[in-house]
Design a protein around this ligand. Sequence first.
Ligand code: SF4
Ligand code: SF4
Length: 476
Amino acid sequence: MSPTDQQPDQLYLAREPIFPRRVSGRFRNLKWWLMGLMLGIYYITPWIRWDRGPTMPDQAVLLDLGNRRFFFFMVEIWPHEFYFVAGLLIMAGIGLFLFTSALGRVWCGYACPQTVWTDLFILVERWVEGDRNARIRLHRQNWDAEKIRKRAVKWTAWMLIAMATGGAWVFYFTDAPTLLVDLFTLQASPIAYLTILILTATTFAFGGFAREQICIYACPWPRIQAAMMDEDTLTIAYRDWRGEPRGKLHKGEIAEGQGDCIDCMACVNVCPMGIDIRNGQQLACITCGLCIDACNDTMDKIGRPRDLIGYLALTDETAERAGVPPKSVWKHVFRPRTILYTVLWGGVGIALVAALFLRSPIDVNVTPVRNPTYVTLSDGTIRNAYDVRLRNKQGSDAVFTLSVPFDAGLELELEGLSGPSVTVKANETLSQRVYLNAPRDSAAATAHRSDIRMWFEELGTTNRVHHDTVFNGRGE
Ligand code: SF4
Ligand code: SF4
């Protein structure tokens, strides 16, 4: 065949289906626990109740997008306090840096939603179709009654999980019990149905079919993580200096001159990414640790020491090859880089907690009206106008009294009201036009500009805040 007869190289290889084998061990158990915990948190959180007064849903965790507010148990974040959200995102970013620099792709292997839901879908697949060999057989066999039945059961179960996943997400944005009823009585908003539809479809497709393809081709994280790892980062590696040359057992024994790897393929068969860790570090490896469990099981059976595959840093590899004991796990975890990340992470966290406790329960904003800066009334009184925004962050109505202590005497007037007090409904923001009047010959009226302090006190409480602004006079 001449070179021109050859097929051009394919740009994209068709996906080879992966049928991970069941495995048990330390890391598998850890993954089960974390999966249960994370799925539990995700599905249950919107149903936790929390008293928020008569005007808000009694929901502990609520993203009130309409009013741009976020409720998390006793913490309420209002739109002007977006710095809290920014701070939490910064903490999440630093946390990811910290864990990646210490333990490699630990997020990918244990906590990423793609990993968690794929694990759940594989669990269902195993229940319905059996373990690896049975699934491979089913995959290869023709579409007979057995295959149709098993696939129908599996896809139905996947679809129910996907719908529960999409459904749970929308409950975070409004009162969950009310929305549940509305969804079933077709009273919910179209956006709720559309969101559920999109999340159901993506969960079904990503967890059921795309699986490792999302991690390898769609997610940018594997490509940027290398910048956060160094030679002290613990990651999954095969001790080839101990395992090679590999070879099958001869009469139940490892032959003379052979390494510990008996080429049983257990590490490859359990891998959800379908890779062979014995080929070295690979972009596809999510460091889930399942190959460690599989290989340890094999080592136990043949009576060889565990950890032919294990968590290992590059520095350990060099040391072990030279016959020197590796560093302890703690020395890998606690080093200048991770300590710096921890300090930064803790610093942002402490600053957020401090800001949370120091913020005032009354939130007020005063904007002087600049056009014009003052008006002269018929009796010569100089009047300045201010637009005041008062936020009542509490679950019940609140009455606020305004005052302006000023030596030269200023009269305060609230537009449309007879006294200096105004009621702000629970969880609402009120805009109120306020006037300050300076008698014709008063100091404030004749001065060009006077500094003033406007006070806001909540009736029946000790809550009291002020806002500094100016009063513009004639300037004689
Ligand atoms: S090679 Fe091992 S750690 Fe990496 S993805 Fe596969 S099973 Fe998980
Ligand atoms: S599980 Fe261990 S012994 Fe078996 S092939 Fe993998 S590395 Fe070799």
